[in-house]
Design a protein around this ligand. Structure first.
Ligand code: F6R
Length: 606
């Protein structure tokens, strides 16, 4: 969603900030803006904003827009439509204060009414402008105190960066529920809401905690709480290199990330397998054998694709560790006053580690005394920090808005966790060996599937005209069908619906006709015959069928054959050809694949 970049140092700031904004484009946005110190307290701040893309903003930046300190933003509309006026930064009437803000100020309308009654003139419909005026009107002497005074009035979530014309040697930032990262350079400092904007300049970062503020100067930074007490935030080194954010010769990030999957899966397995005891080591898990044996249930929480990965994870845990397990959308869980049980192990799943609904569910669980593990991709992200312990999925940066490699790596991480729990409980050594052999086969088998791209591309052309598609799967195949249906609708905008194959005759069969193609997940497991019966039922009603199976399916019009692994691990592989199907269908329709309409990469607001 929204993105923040800031810089203070000796270099020309506008090109640096624009480059940072481009690196954040993947998060989704509708407008952008930039404010700089124009040099000298008397001149005030300069600002340019534009609805549309970063390139539209760049085109509006005048040649004489020079300075060495500035802040910039990409906005995703919440309060007020996308427009030049509503784009950030928001500036005070005297051009002295500029603020960029991620998050939502819940009491913005009350504050706006009070400020208006005091004669403040508003230029936008945003909640952020309220903050700008509060900082500008604060009576304190220092910028830090002014920001602190303003924040005392606001309720809600924020990651902010503030520039003030009278304090041209610093940028003040604050975090509450929306990420803020400082990047430490050589006599220069950066700030951003996402390390993606920083890694081409520095990999030394400091991630602020909620309730923390920082002052950044060209050669120094200081962190403290919103109440003013000093904190010690030590820099860490970001693992991901700047090149991992490049397109690497592919036409889209989605394509690149689909094809990175063999390497990504290799990474999540690396160093974790213990052949001696036919188990795995998960360093960050913090769950000894005694604790693991006392777990009576597992509850997995995530949103969207991560929820689907959690559904696959729940089945693996139930099958391999024989612990009752289920997955639920975190967005639903947190609103239904759930019974929180001390013997349940809660697992929060998130690629970004910043999804607000997941974070809020974790915070609610912890407040009620539950033990929460994180299965997260972004190291040091809010959910990773909030969880008691966890497993990183090591997929590398995922730039395309729709998730592919991270989904796959998350399912593999769940395979590891299920094996670990299973071997502490009743899974035999030989079953442990069998699963380890299966895990090791995955990277090679994914490469085999990806070699079928040309055939899948041809198949996809045949579906580009469809108005709607049905995806079906049974038990292990059902979450695969759900994820494949989500992928197709996100990138191609074709309506798609996923159903358990076992439920066909309870309703969806009424939809079957030649114009509604069905994609069926048909693994070679103990449910093969039942799945074949579903294909018969569809065929009998002249429905067109594409099967994803371990062998050609006679009743299907087309079959994509994928390599067989162990039954429990098959779901990891069966969705991969359907990522390519979604990709090539969207390509045939000319969609904006990496940035589908209305979607953002990380949903940091409610
Ligand atoms: C779908 C997709 C979304 C995310 C969801 C959760 O392709 O990317 O459905 O999976 O918004 O995001 P994370 O995993 O970052 O919590």
């Amino acid at each position: 969603m929204c993105g923040i970049v800031g810089y203070i140092g000796k270099r020309d700031v506008a090109p640096l900030l624009l480059e940072g904004l481009q690196r954040l484009e993947y998060r989704g946005y509708d407008s952008a803006g930039i404010a700089i110190h124009a040099g000298g307290k008397a001149t005030g701040l300069k600002m340019v904003k534009a609805k549309g893309r970063v390139r539209d903003l760049e085109a509006k930046v005048p040649a004489r827009f020079k300075g060495t300190t500035g802040i910039a933003h990409t906005r995703w509309a919440t309060h007020g439509a996308p427009s030049d006026e509503n784009a950030h930064p928001h500036m005070s009437g005297d051009d002295k204060v500029a603020v960029v803000h991620n998050g939502i100020i819940d009491n913005a309308s009350d504050l706006r009414a009070k400020l208006s009654a005091d004669g403040v003139e508003f230029l936008s419909e945003t909640d952020t402008e309220v903050l700008t005026h509060l900082v500008a009107r604060a009576q304190a002497d220092t910028l830090e105190e002014k920001v602190r005074e303003a924040l005392r009035h606001v309720e809600g979530t924020y990651g902010i960066a503030v520039l003030h014309a009278d304090f041209d040697d610093r940028i003040v930032v604050a975090r509450n529920g929306s990420p803020v990262v400082l990047g430490i350079g050589e006599k220069e400092m950066f700030v951003a809401s996402d390390v993606a904007a920083l890694v081409s300049h520095t990999r030394q970062v400091v991630t602020l905690d909620d309730g923390e503020m920082a002052t950044i100067k060209a050669d120094d930074y200081r962190t403290y709480t919103t109440e003013g007490s000093r904190t010690t935030a030590s820099p860490t080194t970001v693992e991901w290199e700047a090149e991992s954010y490049d397109m690497g010769g592919h036409d889209t990030y989605m394509h690149k990330e689909i094809f990175e999957q063999p390497d990504a899966v290799d990474r999540v397995l690396r160093g974790r397998i213990d052949d001696r005891f036919s188990t795995v080591h998960l360093g960050g898990l913090n769950l000894d054998a005694h604790d693991a044996r006392r777990v009576r249930r597992v509850k997995i929480l995530g949103c969207g694709t991560s929820y689907h990965a959690g559904m696959i994870g729940a089945q693996m845990i139930e099958e391999l560790a024989r612990i009752p397990a289920d997955a639920e959308p975190a967005s639903e869980f947190r609103y239904r006053n759930p019974v929180v049980d001390p013997d349940t192990l809660y697992i929060a799943v998130s690629q970004s580690g910043e999804t607000y609904d997941v974070l809020a569910a974790v915070q609610e669980l912890k407040r009620k005394g539950a033990r929460v593990l994180g299965v997260v991709n972004v190291v040091g992200s809010a959910i990773a920090r909030e969880a008691d312990a966890g497993v990183y999925v090591h997929a590398g940066p995922e730039v395309c808005v729709v998730s592919t490699k991270c989904f796959t790596n998350t399912t593999v991480a769940f395979g590891l966790l299920a094996l670990h729990l299973g071997r502490i409980r009743d899974l035999s050594v030989s079953d442990g060996k069998r699963i380890i052999a299966g895990l090791r086969k995955l990277p090679g088998q994914i490469s085999e599937i990806l070699k079928q791209e040309d055939e899948i591309k041809k198949i996809a052309k045949g579906y580009a005209e469809a108005r709607s598609m049905l995806f079906i799967g049974r038990v292990r195949g059902y979450p695969v069908a759900r994820e494949a249906s989500l992928k197709l609708k996100e990138v191609s905008y074709i309506h798609a619906e996923a159903y358990p194959a076992s439920e066909l005759k309870h309703g969806p069969l009424a939809l079957i006709e030649p114009a509604l193609p069905t994609v069926a997940i048909v693994p070679d497991d103990d449910l093969l015959e039942k799945n074949r019966a579903a294909l018969e039922e569809i065929k009998a009603r002249s429905g067109k069928i594409l099967a994803v199976a371990h062998q050609e399916q006679e009743k299907a019009d087309q079959t994509i054959v994928v390599p067989k692994n162990e039954d429990e691990l098959d779901p990891i592989l069966m969705g991969i050809p359907l990522q390519l199907l979604a990709y090539h269908t969207a390509l045939a329709l000319g969609r904006d694949i990496d940035k589908p309409r209305n979607l953002a990469k990380s949903v940091t607001v409610e």
